[in-house]
Design a protein around this ligand. Structure first.
Ligand SMILES: Nc1ncnc2c1ncn2[C@@H]1O[C@H](COP(=O)(O)OP(=O)(O)OP(=O)(O)O)[C@@H](O)[C@H]1O
Ligand SMILES: CC(=O)N[C@H]1[C@@H]2OC[C@@H](O2)[C@@H](O)[C@@H]1O[C@H](C)C(=O)O
Length: 390
């Protein structure tokens, strides 16, 4: 037998696996590296986060990733980036292993999300000749496996798309395994570039979880901050937005986009929620001259409204007051956004995912470790990702 297959077989039969989850999200701020110990699988799964690191991208790397996340990207640039991103991520894994004083042989699997370059659910691409969803993540898994010597599970979204779904959010699969409670209605809210949540009503036998994107969390805030406050990558603490005043007509025009009214579940990305969308609404409402802080204040309200509207659709009115919203992702550090969320969802209790024993910044990287664990050791209903041998 191919020794890599023998190793994979052995790993799948171990009572516990050490898996490094790798996630680089739509904010393009860097690579999150989560070393997880996954014991068991499915309903019996127990995950311990042993180590975590965020490896920030340099401003040049962020710029390069932004440049290739454009519809007019050259095929040469995209082809090179597919390998270059994998090399960058492999180097980050090697750095972490060195810092953690571990060898590649100590790790059973890498679980690599890659970098989303273009997300194209049908409602967003609207190409008459192709009535299906599509999504593209780069950072090739074979490169990662070959460069690190660790069996790698990568490219998790394609099977979801092949089965007719939008390729995202995948968080629901892991959220349900890790966080479902028989006694508490839980809503796991991730505030990254895009906001998404999983709703887990309190039931003794959990059914399939509702998981959906809600619209922008930070992606528009970051883009507007970079445009109007050169040198700042994001609005730290939401302090700039806090001194602005939301503009009601602009907010109404932004919220008139059909995405906000679409039924759940739904997904989106910075392809739709870009400054072009904001500028079109500003022209329409003659608000192109509002101050940058008023613009940020308006965009905070927009992100909060997207979340609030979707939560109100997902959670029956009678259950809202008994629902705890556990927030994760960088948007949790934006106090203005968190205040707007609580104002727009007055009856829910807002908490941090840390209350459930998981680091807020690590959550998405842990998710991919859990998905890889299920693919290798779990039941066939959840075998997302491609297995790449070193
Ligand atoms: N101190 C802070 N104050 C305000 N905002 C912050 C702070 N720290 C991080 N953020 C915001 O969080 C963003 C990064 O969040 P995160 O890493 O969760 O996103 P992501 O994983 O890239 O996105 P997605 O989940 O959509 O893929 C930053 O771009 C910034 O907007
Ligand atoms: C296509 C894509 O990369 N989508 C991401 C993005 O970032 C947040 C939101 O949009 C979510 O749908 C998804 O990521 C998380 C990890 C998910 O699949 O659950």
């Amino acid at each position: 037998m191919n020794p890599h297959l023998a190793r994979l077989f052995a790993v799948s039969r171990q009572p516990a696996r050490r898996i490094i989850g790798l996630m680089s999200g739509t904010s393009l701020d860097g690579l999150d590296v989560a070393l997880c110990r996954c014991e068991g699988h499915g309903a019996a799964l127990k995950v311990t986060l042993e180590q975590f690191a965020s490896i920030p991208y340099t401003p040049e790397e962020q710029q390069q990733l932004r440049a290739i996340s454009q519809p007019q990207v050259s095929l040469t640039a995209l082809t090179l980036a597919n390998a270059a991103v994998a090399r960058r991520h492999a180097a980050a894994v090697q750095t972490c292993l060195w810092q953690w004083q571990l060898r590649p042989a100590d790790i059973d699997l890498l679980a690599s999300h890659g970098q989303t370059i273009w997300h194209a659910p049908r409602h967003q691409h609207q190409q008459a000749g192709y009535p299906h969803h599509a999504t593209l993540q780069i950072g090739d898994g074979d490169h990662l496996a070959a460069l690190t010597g660790i069996i790698t599970v990568a490219d998790f979204r394609q099977k979801h798309v092949a089965h007719g779904f939008e390729g995202a959010p995948l968080a629901g699969f892991a959220d349900q395994l890790l966080f479902a409670s028989p006694t508490e209605n839980r809503l796991l809210l991730n505030l990254g570039g895009i906001a998404n949540f999983t709703y887990l009503p309190a039931v003794s036998v959990p059914g399939p979880a509702l998981t959906t994107d809600t619209g922008p969390a930070n992606t528009l805030l970051d883009a507007a901050t970079r445009r109007h406050f050169p040198g700042q990558l994001y609005d730290s603490g939401g302090r700039l937005a806090a001194i602005g005043t939301p503009h009601p007509a602009l907010l109404a025009a932004l919220l008139a986009h059909p995405f906000f009214n679409a039924p759940l579940p739904k997904t989106t990305g910075p392809e739709l929620f870009s400054l072009a969308y904001v500028e079109a609404a500003q022209v329409q409402t003659q608000t192109t001259e509002i101050s940058p802080t008023d613009l940020l204040a308006t965009l905070v309200e927009l992100s909060a409204a997207g979340v609030a509207q979707a939560v109100q659709k997902a959670v029956p009115d009678a259950d809202l007051a008994q629902t705890v919203v556990y927030a994760s992702g960088g948007g949790q550090h934006n106090d203005t956004l968190m205040t707007a969320l609580q104002r727009q969802l007055p009856s829910v209790r807002l908490a941090s995912i840390e209350a459930l024993g998981i680091s807020t910044d690590a959550k998405e990287a842990v998710l991919f470790a859990v998905l890889a664990n299920e693919t290798i050791a779990g039941t066939p209903t959840l075998s997302l990702g491609k297995i790449c041998l070193p």
